[in-house]
Design a protein around this ligand. Sequence first.
Ligand code: ATP
Ligand code: MG
Length: 551
Amino acid sequence: MEEVKAAPSNFIRNIIMEDLKSGKHKEIITRFPPEPNGYLHIGHAKSIVLNFDLADEFKGRTNLRFDDTNPLKEEVEYVESIKEDVKWLGYDWDALYFGSDFFEEMYSRAVLLIKKGKAYVCDLSAEEIRETRGTLKEPGKESPYRNRSVEENLDLFERMRKGEFKDGEKVLRAKIDMSSPNLNMRDPVIYRIAHTSHHNTGDKWCIYPMYDFAHPLEDAIEGVTHSICTLEFEDHRPLYDWVIAECEMESQPHQYEFARLNMTNTVMSKRKLKLLVDEKVVNGWDDPRMPTISGLRRRGYTQEAIRNFVREIGVAKANSTVDAQMLDHFLREDLKLKAPRTMAVLRPLKVVITNYPENQVEWLEAENNPENPEMGLRKIPFSREIYVEQDDFMENPPKKYFRLFPGNEVRLKHAYFIICNEIIKDENGNVTELHCTYDPATKSGSDFTERKVKGTIHWVEATQAVQAEFRLYEPLILDEENEDRGNFLDNINPNSLEVLDGYVEPNMREAKPQDKFQFFRHGYFNVDPKHTITDKLVFNRVVSLKSSFKI
Ligand code: ATP
Ligand code: MG
């Protein structure tokens, strides 16, 4: 792992320092509690980095806990992908828990609430409960079942567990205050019936605890000290505290809320991301256009870039939207010294160097990374036939075009000056080949100074070039898409993927999945991990070289 920069101060970190200083806690325990109902996204990365970094800094511990109390949406595939993604981000949990491991304990805490007269079985339907809940201005109405005796409640709750009732027929509600100004405190449902198999507990249970009841208990059972969640749970905190107190939990976790990460041109809700997968807008959760950790990884973002990005945004108490280009900035920073430079031609145009001897190949030398000489040198073949970019030639160029055009001389990166003499076209008038001549005196590295040229272009020698496919990405979501607005599927960019066939240097034959390169003038590319079995290499463009973004 790279060296962690001095941790930026934030309000949660300050609270932890106070709690350790005052002796309130001897050791801090945090947790990352995903619901296994989808793949993790970059928003989760923020929560992961925050929780693990805080524990690391103060020599505490962090648990990975699957918050799996809703059997309808959860799957083992998601559990496995979440573990892989947390590890890939560079973190290792101290303990792994499933919320469902604590079902028995939660059940007995619910029984305790009933015995204390703090919970009751209610026969109202979900709709009736909603209707009698009241509004911010008006108090709710008490349920006619609210004053059932403790004995009756104990009996009914046990029979709920035994499966004697159908889904929705009964629920267990906390008995708090139907006129509380906080709607979450108006006798919230804490258990419901669902005759559904659970990925972890199978058919053992047909009643399941609700999030607001389960989450504080999970935290307390694990001994979590600082339970960090996103702002929308702020209004749930009084209920969190109520559950901890009334269930008489020994350990007293406290909940702290921070602003969730939002990014431009990005949707960040598992429900919406799942829709993109199900509707086949993308090719799976790890499609390189997805903001999932697995998508970002496949695209070529590094764990360092993601970690530094979410650290830099910091921990705030107010929601805001971060420019997605900021992540690209951290990727370029990370790869600048690490990624070898190489030449790739994405839209090839054949060039024949007519005065170069036939059947001759010479091997030129180039630095793998001029910014990092330790990366050494590589050999590049040069011969009579090369490919250049179609964009680097114009038959009738505008002013200030310094690349190839009839009669103009340019520098081939690492090689010679060439001058364009003749254009070969097909019957439709499309340029298919250029005939050029080179000047042996201009070899790169020689002290040739007689003439200067204004344009330098890249190229790949034709006979040894390796065929490759290049995938260029644009944002999947058009603009200002924001979680609360209309149908986001209407806001999909139809041109988010462009696939090109071209060539790379011969030593790229050795490239391995997830290897990253800087293609001269094009940007950073990653070898796609899923396309190495075919005879063609596939490169995902992570980011282009330039950005207008200033940090
Ligand atoms: P989603 O709406 O994407 O499903 P969620 O909050 O329901 O998100 P969980 O699996 O319950 O997803 O989240 C696990 C943890 O990650 C929680 O602590 C949650 O607060 C945090 N988290 C989720 N999304 C973000 C985000 N955009 N920014 C910061 N933290 C987030
Ligand atoms: Mg959720």
